[in-house]
Design a protein around this ligand. Structure first.
Ligand code: SD4
Length: 335
């Protein structure tokens, strides 16, 4: 089952399905709930390291290739995310991303380096590699965030080539959706996923990136958590980093990735921090959590990782010590 269908199905039914045998159990998540982290020392045995949301082994392999060649974490996450952006079969990111209700593919992305510098693009159209445009915003402008037509013109001025991102497959899916679609945001009939990636390089420095076409069939102009620093992504090179996936509105409301990093700063392991951040969402008065998915992945300065989601079937891809594997995430809603 593709992950979009899975998220939709999980959101609607909470159904428990058979664990795909390619997945590694969440116990392999290099976490230890009883251990209080000090977070200050890089464990050189654990690095370099790459983790990413969902099953994206080609993307993590590309990022690890950069790190093994002596590249830094920033280059690694950019190159890794570009693999998914260029993948037309992935209907959540870059080229081939599912459009909004009006048929426009609009991209959100951000990137953050070891110094706490960051760059972001929102509502970017016709440019496949949104993550690289975000990096240019970070490095070549005095700003953090560029939106819409301004972001597109900036990208073109930097040599990015405009192209049509709506593939035939995504157009057909959109036209099918339109037959029954109500023109208002009903979250549990929508599909979503994204790629977020975190890396630690051989020097022990951390960077992260996140790129998405956002919610399929979203309202025109809608922007999610993915380009919002602190929500979709946060990196603190002293402590660790976190990246989010799922229903961006709920991540933004709790400033999710910043929250996870701050919880690690207070001594929680990456796993404990992800669990606490998910709990913040589900424990809200009148929380509608049974109808949406949110997942976090996190890494601390020691190279320990964690992942957690509201519903089953969220996973993380992790490349460490020569092994590139998909790890099934533990989750909250076990009823
Ligand atoms: C958004 N968080 O636009 C993104 C989409 C996503 O899994 O991550 N989907 O809300």
């Amino acid at each position: 089952m593709d992950r979009r269908k899975f998220i939709k199905q999980t959101a609607l039914t909470g159904a428990g399905l058979t664990l795909p045998n390619t997945l590694v159990s969440c116990n392999d998540n290099n976490n230890d709930a009883s251990e209080v982290e000090t977070n200050t020392i890089v464990n050189t045995k654990n690095v370099p390291l790459v983790i990413a949301t969902w099953h994206v082994k080609e993307a993590t392999a590309k990022a690890m290739q950069v790190l093994q060649a002596g590249g830094n974490a920033l280059d690694a996450v950019e190159q890794g995310c570009r693999v998914e952006e260029a993948n037309e079969k992935g209907q959540s990111v870059g080229k081939g991303g599912l459009p909004d209700r009006d048929g426009n593919v609009t991209l959100d992305a951000c990137i953050m380096d070891k110094y706490g510098n960051c760059g972001s693009v929102v509502y970017l159209q016709n440019i496949t590699h949104a993550v690289s445009v975000a990096r240019k915003v970070m490095e070549d402008t005095p700003h953090v965030m560029l939106a819409g037509e301004g972001a597109k013109q900036f990208a073109i001025s930097k040599g990015f080539k405009p192209e049509n991102l709506l593939t035939e497959a995504s157009k057909v899916a959109w036209e099918k959706w339109k037959v029954e679609a109500e023109y208002k945001p009903i979250i549990n009939i929508e599909n979503h996923d994204t790629i977020g990636m975190l890396a630690i390089d051989k020097n022990g420095d951390i960077s992260g990136a996140c790129t998405t076409s956002g919610l399929a069939y979203k309202m025109g102009g809608r922007v999610g958590d993915s380009p919002i620093i602190g929500s979709g992504l946060f990196v603190d090179n002293e402590i660790g980093a976190c990246v989010a996936t799922g229903l961006g509105e709920e991540v933004v409301k709790t400033v999710g990735s910043f929250l996870v990093v701050e919880l690690m700063r207070q001594g929680k392991t990456p796993q404990q921090a992800c669990e606490e951040a998910i709990k913040r969402i589900v424990d809200k008065p009148n929380s509608n959590y049974k109808n949406f998915q949110v997942g976090y992945i996190a890494v601390n300065k020691k190279g320990k990782t964690g992942s957690y989601s509201i519903h089953q079937w969220f996973s993380m891809t992790k490349f460490q010590n020569g092994v590139n594997k998909q790890i099934q995430s533990d989750y909250y809603n076990k009823v």
